[in-house]
Design a protein around this ligand. Structure first.
Ligand code: DON
Length: 304
């Protein structure tokens, strides 16, 4: 299949589409990007790579980092992790507080903010220097020492993170946060501030297409079963209350972030990263969703 030609055609079509949606402005620094940036990068396990548009423009991966923090916490804790966080789609917004009260502080899944805050707490309990060790884990996956946090983005989010502060305190009141909430939030905001471009993002996520094994160093980072389960969670919970829509229209496990990035995975085959910072009302990249829908339609390759 000529992936390059397919990607070029879809890119040109989607580029012309009226770019609906708005930049995420609830984190002030996130609005500090060119709204019409649009990049795509595609990587296969057999070393077929192709990028188009603004694929080397760095952006804040935000919630996409929740897949990486879950990977490390799952590797460290094993199945015990599911005593602290669920595996059900939430059907609510990524930053919603409503279910937590009824669910007694056990977040529905690790990809909503509440779940990722619990995962951050788990990492703090297991790592000596969570911020450094998490970054080292991320860098080691793709052997890319350029990947880093953005202090501007994390500072900006720390100044306005009232909803996440509320979530963390509510979970703490049920006993499902073991550390000081301010340390947990500090780490959570740092991990959300990771920056990279589409090429780095697509290459980083190849381990989830490759049964948990890093392509770069042929090292098993998480087990085969863990890799399958993280893909299953991305399929069912990766797009919050738009996860059903993404499964229906795109048909791949994936994860979005309010920075405008989306990464999607075809297990045993490829990853594709799209960046376009204008978001739809659910907080997912408007053009990113459109591009990926066209991509799995034209290639006829989805997991279904
Ligand atoms: O906690 C937040 O609100 C952000 N740091 C991350 C949210 C996010 O990326 C949700 N994505 N669609």
């Amino acid at each position: 299949m000529n992936f390059k030609e397919i990607i070029e055609n879809i890119y040109e079509n989607v580029k012309q589409v009226d770019n609906k949606g708005d930049l995420a402005s609830y984190i002030p620094e996130l609005a500090n990007v060119k709204p019409d940036n649009f990049g795509v990068y595609f990587s296969t396990l057999d070393h077929n790579h192709f990028g188009i548009g603004d694929y080397s423009e760095k952006f804040s991966i935000q919630s996409i980092a929740k897949v990486l923090s879950l990977s490390l916490a799952y590797h460290l804790l094993g199945e015990k992790i599911w005593e602290r966080v669920g595996v059900e789609p939430s059907g609510t917004a990524f930053n919603s507080l409503v279910q937590l009260e009824a669910d007694k502080g056990i977040p529905r899944n690790p990809f909503i903010n509440a779940g990722a805050i619990v995962v951050a707490d788990i990492l703090i309990s297991h790592l000596q220097n969570p911020k450094e060790e998490f970054l080292a884990f991320v860098r080691s996956i793709s052997n890319d020492s350029e990947i880093d946090y953005s202090s501007e983005i994390s500072k900006s989010e720390k100044e306005v993170g009232f909803r996440n502060i509320a979530l963390c305190n509510l979970i703490k009141s049920f006993g499902n946060i073991k550390n000081d909430p301010s340390d947990v939030l500090d780490f959570y905001f740092d991990l959300c501030s990771l920056e990279m471009n589409c090429k780095q993002l697509s290459e980083l996520f190849l381990f989830l297409a490759n049964d948990g094994c890093s392509l770069e160093k042929n090292k098993q980072l998480i087990s085969l079963s863990q890799s399958k389960r993280i893909n299953a969670l991305m399929q069912t919970c990766g797009f919050y209350d738009e996860s059903g829509e993404f499964a229906f229209k795109v048909g791949l496990p994936g994860k979005s972030g309010v920075g405008g990035g989306i990464v999607a995975i075809h297990p045993k085959h490829y990853t594709i990263a799209v960046y376009s910072p204008r978001l739809n009302v659910k907080g997912n990249s408007y053009k990113g969703m459109k591009f990926l829908e066209e991509f799995t339609t034209k290639t006829k390759l989805s997991i279904f």
